[in-house]
Design a protein around this ligand. Structure first.
Ligand code: 6GU
Length: 267
């Protein structure tokens, strides 16, 4: 039995893309059962209003609590399953990471509350906490117009980790962010293209040497573009060659953590 996913939004058609590709297959196979709810179906006025101006003033509009309360009550009562996780995409949330995707792939019921405008009246999440475990998550440090694109990203990141969704299980472990590093550069046929050769070692058939080359490239790439990831590595988990590559890339171990090497980089 798969995971139930409910989404509440004023733009149900955003979620039509989940009919496509791998996630569409997951749905047809029963790994992921998606139900999209239109927030405006839970309004009571002729104009199906969901937004109002903020108390205390300020720019923009907020989503009113009434329709949200009714929609979340409806979703909560729609299944016998217990202990749903309510995910509220928000630029003010905690960062969504591969660790959270892995944890949420083991859940049996995920509910997404997609806000628009300047967000949802704060009392909605407070009230929902009595019936849901509530997590506010952000995709990164930039602003989207609403939670829909973020919810799609979370659903894809979680959905591809469900058993049987990605055909080759190895492709779930040999990829960026799984071991805290970015993936090494990758090449396919032809071996020569526009004067650019594929690194010789990748053609060698020597699996040990290929794994080491990829590991080195992965460490160098991560050191180059994501120093924040290097700072989170556990030096004790790395081998002597890893430490040498990172030293060449300007990182030293001090007090059990990686730190940028002070002064000119040693060689
Ligand atoms: Cl989850 N929502 C919105 N509106 N903006 C975002 C975001 C989420 N994550 C990054 N920017």
């Amino acid at each position: 039995m798969g995971v139930f996913v409910d989404v509440v939004t004023i733009f149900p058609s955003y979620f039509e893309v989940l009919d496509l590709s791998l996630l569409g297959k997951a749905r047809r196979d029963g790994a992921l059962e998606l139900t999209v709810h239109d927030l405006r179906d839970f309004t009571n006025d002729r104009h199906r209003t969901v937004d109002e101006t903020p108390y205390g003033g300020g720019p923009g509009m907020l989503m009113q609590p009434g329709p949200w309360g009714a929609a979340l009550d409806h979703v909560r009562a729609s299944r016998g399953a217990d202990d749903p996780l309510l995910v509220v995409p928000s630029p003010a949330g905690e960062r969504f990471t591969q660790r959270l995707a892995e944890a949420w792939a083991a859940e049996n019921w995920l509910v997404f509350a997609c806000g628009r405008y300047e967000g949802i009246d704060t009392r909605v999440a407070e009230d929902a906490a009595a019936r849901f475990r509530v997590r506010e998550v952000s995709l990164g440090d930039y602003v989207l117009n609403g939670g829909e694109v973020a919810a799609l990203a979370v659903i894809e990141a979680v959905g591809r980790l469900l058993p049987g969704v990605v055909g080759n299980e190895d492709s779930l472990t040999d990829e960026s962010h799984v071991d805290g590093l970015l993936e090494a550069p990758a090449y396919t046929k032809p071996a020569g293209w526009r004067g650019r050769a594929v690194p010789e070692v990748l053609l060698s058939g020597h699996h040990g040497a290929i794994a080491r080359w990829r590991r080195d490239a992965s460490l160098r790439r991560t050191a180059g573009v994501r120093p924040d990831l290097i700072e989170h590595l556990e030096p004790g988990q790395l081998d002597a060659r890893d430490l040498e590559v990172l030293r060449e890339s300007g990182w030293t171990v001090a007090d059990g953590r990686f730190r940028p090497t002070p002064g000119p980089v040693a060689d």
